[in-house]
Design a protein around this ligand. Structure first.
Ligand SMILES: Cc1cc2nc3c(=O)[nH]c(=O)nc-3n(C[C@H](O)[C@H](O)[C@H](O)COP(=O)(O)OP(=O)(O)OC[C@H]3O[C@@H](n4cnc5c(N)ncnc54)[C@H](O)[C@@H]3O)c2cc1C
Length: 493
């Protein structure tokens, strides 16, 4: 059995501890945030998680993640439900008038509604029951312990983590799960290791506020998509656990005026009240805010490469998992699912190759390239299309459009951006409202159950969407998802 040292006890680090710990390996998690285990979900919501500030923002836990827990860790899924999380069954939310009788495969289309702090709290509580897992919190990692490369061709091997109190945690394998803000290249360069990095800004800033339903109040009936894109503003409502929910509004990084308004807690509610999908949620007799407005900028898509051009590891004995390896635009809600999937990939490569560091690294990076990287590419493609659309005021696209746009652009680089948007707006979106085959195909892709380009490689789905697209002149105009920017700013002034 291996001794594994993990930097960071966020979702990825905890996922590694779960997968490797249950396989009998000895795991030590080192977490800089001083967060003793909370006694309840309510207390976990107050955790001081400076190292992972996104816990103060809306999180969706997609069906891919829920199915992974259902199939490999049913006790964890049960514990989440016991803590107040709820299943989100997409089939029960199919558009009004569509047959909701379950079909084979529909049992997989269930996500988890839960606050991020509740998710992490349950994950941590469950993992700390594993006899082979230990967590040190309130202690930062400041360096790596390495056997330096012995000549020009050799590769440095990491043998543990150096902590801020000067102690060293020796390990057979070191896992970096420090999240999107941790400086992994800096940590490695001190040992002479240079990794490859690709970065593309998402172009947005997140504004989130949490609410709780008032006693006796219920969630409003859902009559349309709970997320969308007005071109200049993205919006989404995220059901949480224990009658909580959150609203996220995301503005362009360059839109100073809107960003200023969104930071104000009262204006945040006034703006949410202007958007049909969020308006009923913020009615004063339905809900009350339980936080101020949380803001997060610097949201990058980023991918790191740990193999050289000939496919050989740049460093041995070290892996990166979760956002430390690949992070994507939070808008698409994929990060936690991908982090847990990648933690499983790590455990699989460990099972197959044990302490053969070179073979394990090649296998892990290969599996990551197949399972994780396509979602990075989809995220970047989607963001580029969204950036093209931000000049369109009150654009009719919604989250579904943009996700499908990314699939299109990935699948068919020859399709022009505007043509793709038109096809999605006048084809895919209306088809999703009426065609159960198309909406299921979209939901499976959206929930990471199929590849990002799966819609465009499915000839049946393409034919159905094309039929709807060709009928576009005969349909009434799309219903507006909200005001244009000028009207919104006027309404809140
Ligand atoms: C605004 C926002 C909204 C998001 N919404 C969603 C969503 O809806 N659905 C979804 O699935 N994903 C979402 N994500 C992505 C998701 O939060 C991340 O993908 C996920 O947290 C990745 O987990 P991680 O463990 O890699 O990183 P993190 O969860 O960030 O954890 C990293 C940990 O490492 C610790 N650490 C850092 N440096 C050190 C050090 N030197 N020593 C010791 N410890 C250290 C930190 O304190 C932290 O606890 C969102 C992200 C953002 C930014």
């Amino acid at each position: 059995m291996a001794k594994i040292a993990v930097l960071g006890a966020g979702v990825a680090g905890l996922g590694v501890a779960l997968a490797a710990g249950r396989a009998g390996h000895e795991v030590v998690l080192i977490e800089r945030d001083d967060t003793p285990l909370a006694v309840s979900a309510a207390e976990a919501f107050d955790w001081d998680r400076q190292g992972a500030p996104q816990v103060r923002h809306s999180h969706a836990f997609l069906a891919r993640l829920r199915n992974l827990l259902r199939d490999r860790y049913p006790d964890l899924l049960e514990a989440l439900y016991a803590a107040g999380a709820t299943p989100m069954d997409f089939i029960s939310m199919l558009p009004e008038g569509m047959d909701r009788t379950p079909l084979p495969g529909d049992e997989d289309l269930v996500a988890i509604a839960c606050r991020r702090t509740t998710f992490e709290w349950v994950l941590r509580k469950t993992i700390l029951n594993e006899p082979s897992v230990r967590l040190v919190h309130g202690m930062g990692v400041t360096g790596l312990q390495t056997n330096p490369a012995s000549d020009r061709t050799a590769v440095a091997q990491v043998t543990g983590l150096r902590l801020e109190d000067g102690t060293v945690v020796q390990a057979d394998i070191t896992v970096i799960a420090g999240g999107r803000r941790h400086d992994l290249p800096g940590l490695l360069s001190a040992s002479g290791v240079v990794i490859r990095e690709t970065i593309e800004d998402t172009g947005i800033v997140y504004f989130s506020r949490f609410f709780r339903l008032r006693e006796g109040a219920e969630f409003p009936a859902q009559t349309g998509p709970i997320g969308g894109d007005l071109g200049y503003l993205k919006f989404g409502v995220f059901p949480g656990d224990n009658r909580s929910f959150s609203i996220t509004l995301a503005a362009g990084v360059t839109d100073r005026e809107l960003r200023r308004q969104l930071t104000d807690p009262d204006q945040f509610i006034t703006i949410a009240a202007q958007i049909p999908a969020t308006a009923a949620h913020v009615e004063v007799d339905r809900s009350q805010p339980i936080t101020g407005v949380n803001v997060m900028a610097g949201l990058l898509n980023r991918r790191r490469g740990f193999l050289d051009e000939s496919g050989e590891p740049l460093v041995l004995g070290l892996h990166a998992v979760g956002d430390a390896h690949t992070c994507t635009n939070p808008l698409y809600g994929r990060g936690c699912s991908l982090a847990l999937v990648q933690a499983e990939l790590f455990a699989d490569s460990l099972k197959e190759h044990g302490l053969k560091h070179r073979d394990r690294a090649v296998a892990f990076e290969g599996a990551t390239r197949d399972e994780i990287t396509p979602w990075y590419r989809a995220s970047v493609a989607q963001d580029r299309l969204n950036a093209d659309s931000t000049t369109v005021q009150n654009g009719p696209a919604d989250a579904a459009t943009s996700t499908a746009d990314a699939a299109t652009s990935t699948a068919d680089a020859a399709t022009s951006t505007s043509g793709a948007r038109e096809f999605m707006r006048d084809g895919l979106l209306p088809a999703m409202r009426t065609d159960p085959v198309v909406v299921r195909a979209f939901l499976r892709m959206f929930n990471l159950l199929e590849a990002p380009n799966s819609l465009m490689t499915n000839s049946d789905v393409v034919a159905r969407v094309l039929t709807v697209f060709n009928d576009r002149e005969n349909r009434p105009a799309e219903v507006s998802m909200g005001p244009d920017r000028a009207s919104l700013l006027e309404a809140i002034s």
